[in-house]
Design a protein around this ligand. Structure first.
Ligand SMILES: [Zn+2]
Length: 694
């Protein structure tokens, strides 16, 4: 099978709208869908993402209907059981899948259809708001568990929905599935088998070391694990099962005298089944939509893949009236999260130079629209990562938009290589200044050591004028780059002489009197600065905002020129919390350099530096660590940090056992929970102010 051609053809259809595809091309699209479906279910070898597959399938469905095809491939894709050696068993009732939606408009349409069907069946006389439930949509493998007389007697995969594979022996190895339940009538519980992400990562790591099979995602790993012939291996895979459906709802609700879905699932939970940790009732579709909005980052906190949320009508007695299409129930729908993984091609590489001289490979991509933005570059982090993923120019890759902004290449689709791909090499010379690139043997780091390297200085000065440093309004990378190029600035101190260069700046394109005056004014304003901010802005490796604060007292006299750096030893540094020998070494090297020393001297002359006071040992918060969460009516976060520090305390960003107090305001979230779990003392704002007699 020519996978490269299949990927190219798929890309072609992905790039066309269904209206642009003609009847002659339909056969090809059918073939593609069948091929992908085969790859998906039987070989754990996937070359397009789920979203892309869904997109192709949607187009095929539309076209098969439009051109009135009698045999519709889109109706039959699913699992192809022929290659499996497990016994096939028919489901007592078909396991039909849910319809998918990606947007609010579709959810509103779904709600309208639900209401319409209830009214049409004469149950309601007028429109009312429907009560729904909402829960995780697990990205795993659908499985049915059959209990008789309280014992688990059989387990089937979803298969093609009509019949599945008998995987009883393997399912018996899943710890969180009850093998015996306190319910003696027949019960057929449906749910999803998943592999926790942490287990998936360990499995792949181990497998790689041993030269074994690498799974492309937790779902494939779960699917592979449940169909292993050796069930002792299945046990090691630590799969989990979550229940969300019954094949025999009617008997169960009659018997248990329950009339809504929520209570059915809660009953299953009481019988010993794990259910979606996120599971709640909502009144009306607007509450559902709000829940989806609020859902936000919950996804990142759980150890298994979910690809959306499932919405169901809570009142089971309405289900029959709302009905089912040939393929999906009408009383439930899956809201899928926006596309996060897509495929694209690496068309080149750029070697970018950071402020400390570190050279980072950046992949140039065929532009791709993902998560609402077009991406054409992705950082490859370092050359070790490039080697690890074996990314080459010309490769097709899976790309994921992690979090909100930074796109990341997660793997290479090696099946489609045509041996024209070019390996990415560490450049021998700095692409900006042509100096020889140096390898840092302790770390995976290559860097340019030239102090006059243009790109390095752009990075350095941009950092210094940015938020972490002097925070000068209207001064960013664009201005730094331009001014450096025109010789208006050179080193950090020269920025503070910019008022003498007004005329030169005015000659540059895009600057007028007003903008130049504003810039000069902003620079003048930034001259009044805390010592720690100045230290951060020097751009010493490893010395960020927090470390700079810790170093302020020690370096005070060195900066003032009253003490030579040679009078300080590494030990002096290591006495300070959070400072190790590496940072100490970097700081000492920086100040030993005569060139840097001159810059600092000039900065001291130009700036109005606020030096820190010697800490008094008996301040009320001396030696205490604080963290802050939530919001406060009368205080900004920074104000509170200042109060803590003024009173001898230390502010830290995260919760740990070492923390002494968590200051919690309104809408405190996960930090508060964690603090409570760890037994950290929680302070309200009033308690806090009381402590310092405010
Ligand atoms: Zn360079």
């Amino acid at each position: 099978m020519d996978l490269k051609k299949i990927l190219d053809d798929s890309k072609y259809f992905l790039s066309k709208s269904e209206l642009e595809i003609n009847e002659n091309e339909l056969k090809k699209l059918q073939y593609l869908i069948q091929t992908h479906s085969g790859l998906y279910y039987n070989k754990d070898k996937i070359i397009i993402s789920d979203t892309e597959y869904d997109d192709l399938l949607r187009k095929l469905k539309y076209l098969e209907n439009k051109f009135g095809l009698e045999v519709k491939v889109s109706n039959n894709v699913g699992s192809n059981l022929k290659e499996s050696s497990f016994e096939k068993v028919k489901h007592s009732r078909p396991m039909i899948s849910l319809d998918n939606t990606y947007n609010e408009e579709d959810l509103n349409d779904f709600n309208d259809r639900v209401i319409k069907n209830i009214i049409l069946s004469n149950i309601w006389e007028e429109e009312k708001s429907v009560k729904y439930t909402i829960e995780f949509k697990f990205d795993g493998l659908g499985v049915e568990l059959i209990y008789k007389g309280g014992n688990l007697i059989q387990a089937l995969t979803r298969g093609n929905g009509i019949e599945g594979e008998d995987v009883t022996q393997n399912v018996m190895q899943i710890d969180n599935i009850p093998k015996v339940i306190d319910y003696l009538d027949d019960l057929e519980v449906r749910g999803e088998v998943i592999m926790p992400i942490s287990i998936f990562e360990k499995l792949n790591k181990k497998s790689k070391e041993e030269g074994g099979k690498i799974f492309s995602n937790p779902r494939n790993a779960a699917s592979g694990s449940i169909r292993l012939l050796d069930n002792t291996v299945t046990k090691q895979r630590k799969l989990k099962f979550f229940a969300y459906d019954l094949a025999n709802f009617e008997e169960f609700i009659k018997k248990e005298n329950i009339n809504n879905y929520y209570n059915v699932i809660k009953k299953l939970e009481s019988l010993g089944f794990d259910i979606s940790a996120y599971f709640k009732k909502c009144n009306g579709i607007n509450e559902i939509i709000k829940s989806i909005h609020d859902f936000g980052n919950t996804k990142k906190q759980i150890d298994f893949e979910i690809d959306g949320l499932v919405i169901k009508v809570n009142d089971i007695s309405l289900w029959k009236n709302i009905g089912t299409t040939q393929h999906h129930p009408r009383y439930a729908i899956a809201y899928k999260f926006p596309a996060e993984i897509l495929t694209t091609k690496v068309i080149g590489v750029e070697h970018s130079i950071g402020r400390t001289g570190t050279i980072t490979p950046i992949a140039l991509l065929e532009p791709i629209f993902i998560g609402g933005v077009t991406i054409s570059r992705a950082t490859l982090h370092n050359y070790d990562e490039v080697e690890k993923l074996d990314i080459r120019i010309g490769d097709s890759v899976f790309i994921k938009r992690a979090g909100e902004v930074i796109p990341k290449i997660i793997s290479v689709i090696k099946n489609v290589r045509n041996s024209q791909e070019i390996k990415i090499k560490v450049p021998e010379y700095c692409p900006s200044c042509d100096s020889k690139v140096i390898k840092d043997n302790n770390k995976v780091r290559y860097y340019c050591d030239n102090k006059c390297c243009f790109e390095k200085n752009v990075g350095k000065l941009t950092f210094a004028v940015g938020k972490q440093g002097f925070n000068i309004d209207g001064f960013g990378e664009k201005q730094v780059r331009l001014f450096l190029k025109k010789g208006i600035i050179s080193t950090l101190d020269s920025i503070f002489l910019i008022k003498n260069k007004k005329d030169e700046i005015l000659n540059l394109e895009g600057f007028q009197d007003k903008s130049v005056n504003n810039l000069v004014e902003a620079v003048e304003k930034s001259k009044k600065v805390k010592l720690s901010v100045l230290i951060t802005s020097l751009g010493i490796a490893g010395v960020g905002k927090k470390v700079s604060k810790s170093l302020s007292l020690l370096l005070k006299d060195v900066i003032k020129g009253k003490q030579d750096i040679s009078e300080l030893t590494i030990d002096d540094f290591e006495l300070i919390d959070d400072i190790g020998s590496e940072i100490a070494f970097n700081v000492i090297s920086y100040f030993e350099d005569i060139y840097n020393k001159k810059i600092v001297e000039r900065l001291v002359e130009l700036l109005e530096i606020e030096y820190p006071e010697q800490k008094k040992a008996n301040l009320v918060f001396s030696g205490k660590k604080f963290c802050i969460t939530g919001s406060f009516d009368n205080y900004k976060r920074d104000d509170l940090i200042e109060i803590i520090e003024k009173n001898g305390g230390e502010f830290v960003g995260s919760i740990s056992k070492k923390l002494d107090f968590l200051l919690a305001g309104d809408k405190a979230g996960s930090k508060l929970k964690k603090a409570n779990d760890l037994g950290v003392f929680v302070l309200s704002i009033d308690d806090f102010l009381l402590k310092i007699d405010f």
